[in-house]
Design a protein around this ligand. Structure first.
Ligand code: PAF
Length: 285
C-alpha cells in the first residue's frame, strides 16, 4: 500500500491557507514542531496527535536562534527526504519546511524573553540563550499554523514547561500536549543527536535512563531525595560522564524539591559523554 502523499509548505501563507481550509471543513488540526532528523520518537508525536486532531502538520526547521555559537547548528543532522518519507508513512498531512528567510526576513527584530521555568537553573545554566531562541521560534510557529493543538516530546522537559508558560502568557489559542519519551530497547531516550555517539559511547549512554529509573524507584519507596540525587550523580560520573546536573524538581513549577510531600517530582539529568551532551528525565511514582 503506498503512503498518502504529503503536502510540503515552504511559505507561511500556504500552510495557513491549508489549515484554514481544513478547519472550515470541520477538521481539527495538530501541529508537531521539529528540527527534522526524524526518528520513531517524532512519529510517536504524530500518532499521539491522532487522538485529538483529524489533520497533522509537522514543521521541520533547524532554528538558528536557539543554538549558541559553540553549538552544533551547522552540523545538526539534516535528512529532509528521509524525513518526508517517514511523515508520509505516518499518514501526516503536511510538512511546513520554511527557509530561514521565510522565518527571519530582513529587518526581523523581535525577541521573546521567557522567564519562570526558563530560569529554573537546569538547561539555562549551561545554554543561557537557548530558551529565548526556542520561545521565539515556537511563538512564531504557533501563530503561523493556528492549529487546534500542538505536540512536543517530554524528553525536553524544561523546554515543554517554557513553551506551556509562553503560550499561556501570550494567549496563543492552541492546546499544548506533552508526549512520553520513546526509548531504545536499553532505555536510552530517542534523540536526533544520538547518531553522534560512537559505539562505545552508545553502550554507556543507557546509564542515564537506568540511574533515573532506579532513583525514581528509591524515592517512591521513601528514600531521602537529597541522598538519592547525590548518589545518582556520583554513579553517572563513575560511568565516565561529565555531569552537568542531576536534580529533583517539582514536575510543574520545576522548583527544587526536598521531599515527596512537596508535590509530584520529576528527576532531570544532563551529562556529557565525549563531545555529546545528553539530557533525560523521569517521573517519580
Ligand atoms: O525540540 C525541538 O526540536 C525544538 O527545540 C523545537 C521545539 C522544534 C523548536 O525549534
Amino acid at each position: 500500500m503506498s503512503a498518502k502523499p504529503i503536502i510540503v509548505f515552504k511559505k507561511i501563507s500556504d500552510m495557513r491557507r491549508a489549515v484554514a481550509q481544513w478547519r472550515a471543513a470541520g477538521e481539527s488540526v495538530a501541529l508537531i514542531p521539529t528540527m527534522g532528523a526524524l526518528h520513531a520518537g517524532h512519529v510517536s508525536l504524530v500518532e499521539a496527535s491522532r487522538a485529538h486532531a483529524r489533520r497533522a502538520v509537522v514543521s521541520i526547521f533547524v532554528n538558528p536562534t536557539q543554538f549558541a555559537p559553540n553549538e552544533d547548528f551547522s552540523a545538526y543532522p539534516r535528512t529532509f527526504e528521509a524525513d518526508l518519507a517517514k511523515l508520509a508513512d505516518a499518514g501526516c498531512d503536511g510538512c511546513f519546511a520554511p527557509a530561514p528567510a521565510e522565518m527571519y526576513p530582513h529587518g526581523f527584530s523581535t525577541k521573546v524573553i521567557p522567564r519562570g521555568p526558563a530560569l529554573a537553573g537546569l538547561e539555562d545554566r549551561f545554554r543561557p540563550d537557548h530558551f529565548a531562541g526556542v520561545a521565539q521560534v515556537v511563538a512564531k510557529l504557533l501563530n503561523q499554523a493556528q492549529a487546534d493543538c500542538t505536540f512536543f516530546g517530554e524528553k525536553d522537559f524544561q523546554q515543554l514547561a517554557v513553551i506551556r508558560r509562553m503560550a499561556a502568557d501570550l494567549d496563543i489559542p492552541t492546546r499544548i500536549f506533552g508526549v512520553a519519551t520513546l526509548r531504545e530497547a536499553d532505555g536510552l531516550a530517542m534523540s536526533s543527536r544520538n547518531v553522534y555517539l560512537s559505539a562505545e559511547e552508545r553502550a554507556q549512554a543507557a546509564t542515564l535512563s537506568r540511574v533515573l529509573r532506579e532513583s525514581a524507584e528509591k524515592i517512591a519507596a521513601g528514600a531521602a531525595v537529597g541522598d538519592v540525587t547525590a548518589r545518582a550523580g556520583r554513579e553517572i560520573e563513575a560511568a565516565g560522564f561529565v555531569l552537568d546536573y542531576f536534580e529533583a524538581r517539582h514536575a510543574e513549577s520545576l522548583a527544587p524539591v526536598a521531599s515527596r510531600a512537596e508535590g509530584p517530582i520529576r528527576l532531570l539529568v544532563a551529562a556529557r559523554l565525549g563531545r555529546i551532551r545528553l539530557i533525560d528525565n523521569w517521573a517519580v511514582g
